[in-house]
Write a protein that binds this ligand. Structure first.
Ligand code: ADP
Ligand code: MG
Length: 271
C-alpha cells in the first residue's frame, strides 16, 4: 500500500487513514463462559468515507469500534491502519494513533464533570504536551466550530445533552484526527439535537475526515454514505446509502472546521 499523504491530512502526517480488517474475531472470557462478540469480520473503509454501523444490541458494534480505535485487541484476525498492522505497532505508535489520528465520541459524552467546556476539550492536548496558550486557542476554536462559543466556561451539568455531546465532539477534533469514531453519539439525544450532531459530522466528513458512527436509528444512518449491518458478531449487509439525508448547516461551520485543520497543522509544524 502506498504511503502518499491523504488529501485531508494537510501533509502533516503523510499517512493514509484507510482501515482494513480481516477475519476479526473477539472472544470475551467471563469466568468459565466464553462470549464470541465478533466471529470473523472483514471490512475496508477508505479515506473520506462516512460509514454508519447498525445492528441489534449485543451484535458486536462497540467491540468492533473499540478495536478500530486501538482501545482493545482482537482475539484473531488482522487490523491495518494506513497500511500498517496495528498488532505490530509499538506502544509509542499506538499512543500516537489514539491521541492524534483517531478521535472518539461516546454515547454518554464522557466529559469530566468538574471541568468546564474549554478544560475538557484541552485534555487531549495536555496529554500530548502542547503549551498552555496554544491549548487554549485550539480548544476555543474547536468549541466555536461546534457552535459553543458562548458556553466555554460552562460545566457539563450546566449544558444540555446536545451541548455536552458537542463539547465531546470538540474534544475529539481538537487534535485534528483523520478518523472520527462515534459509538451511538445521538443515542441519548432528542431528534433536533441529533440532527445538529449529524450536521457537524457531515461537515467534518466533507472536510476529508473519515467518519465511522454506530447508531440504532435508521433515520440517523441515512446521513452516512454507507451502512454496514452487524448481527451476532458478523457483517450481514454492506450498502451505499442511495438517497442520503443532508442536515442543514450554517456555512460558517465549514469555515470553522477548515480553520481547525489549519490551526492543527500550524501547531504541529511549530513543535
Ligand atoms: N468486556 C466484556 N466482557 C464480556 N463480554 C462482553 C464485554 N463486552 C461486550 N461483551 C459481550 O459481547 C457481545 C457484543 O457486545 P457489544 O460489542 O457491546 O455489542 P453492541 O455494541 O452491538 O451492543 C455481547 O454479548 C456482550 O455481552
Ligand atoms: Mg454498543
Amino acid at each position: 500500500m502506498g504511503a502518499s499523504p491523504g488529501p485531508n491530512s494537510a501533509g502533516v502526517w503523510g499517512e493514509l487513514s484507510v482501515i482494513e480488517v480481516n477475519g476479526l474475531k473477539k472472544v470475551y472470557r467471563v469466568g468459565s463462559i466464553e462470549v464470541a462478540a465478533l466471529r470473523g469480520v472483514s471490512l475496508r473503509i477508505d479515506e473520506g468515507e462516512f460509514v454508519a454501523i447498525m445492528g441489534p444490541s449485543g451484535s458486536g458494534k462497540t467491540t468492533f469500534m473499540n478495536i478500530l480505535g486501538c482501545l482493545d485487541q482482537p482475539t484473531e484476525g488482522s487490523y491495518s491502519l494506513g497500511g500498517v498492522l496495528v498488532s505490530e505497532m509499538d506502544d509509542t505508535e499506538l499512543a500516537r494513533v489514539r491521541n492524534r489520528r483517531i478521535g472518539f465520541v461516546f454515547q454518554t459524552y464522557n466529559l469530566l464533570p468538574r471541568l468546564n467546556a474549554v478544560a475538557n476539550v484541552e485534555l487531549p492536548l495536555i496529554y500530548r504536551g502542547v503549551p498552555r496558550r496554544t491549548r487554549r486557542l485550539l480548544a476555543v476554536r474547536a468549541l466555536e466550530a461546534v457552535g459553543l462559543k458562548d458556553r466555554l466556561h460552562h460545566k457539563p451539568s450546566e449544558l444540555s445533552g446536545g451541548q455536552q455531546q458537542r463539547v465531546a465532539i470538540a474534544r475529539s477534533l481538537v487534535t485534528h484526527p483523520q478518523i472520527v469514531l462515534a459509538d451511538e453519539p445521538t443515542g441519548n439525544l432528542d431528534t433536533k439535537s441529533g440532527v445538529e450532531i449529524m450536521a457537524i459530522f457531515q461537515a467534518l466528513n466533507d472536510s476529508g475526515i473519515t467518519v465511522v458512527l454506530v447508531t440504532h436509528n435508521a433515520d440517523i444512518a441515512q446521513y452516512a454514505k454507507r451502512i454496514v449491518r452487524f448481527r451476532d458478531g458478523l457483517i450481514v449487509s454492506d450498502e451505499a446509502v442511495s438517497s442520503r439525508t443532508i442536515a442543514e448547516r450554517d456555512e460558517s461551520l465549514d469555515a470553522l472546521i477548515a480553520g481547525l485543520t489549519e490551526g492543527a497543522a500550524e501547531e504541529v509544524k511549530a513543535g
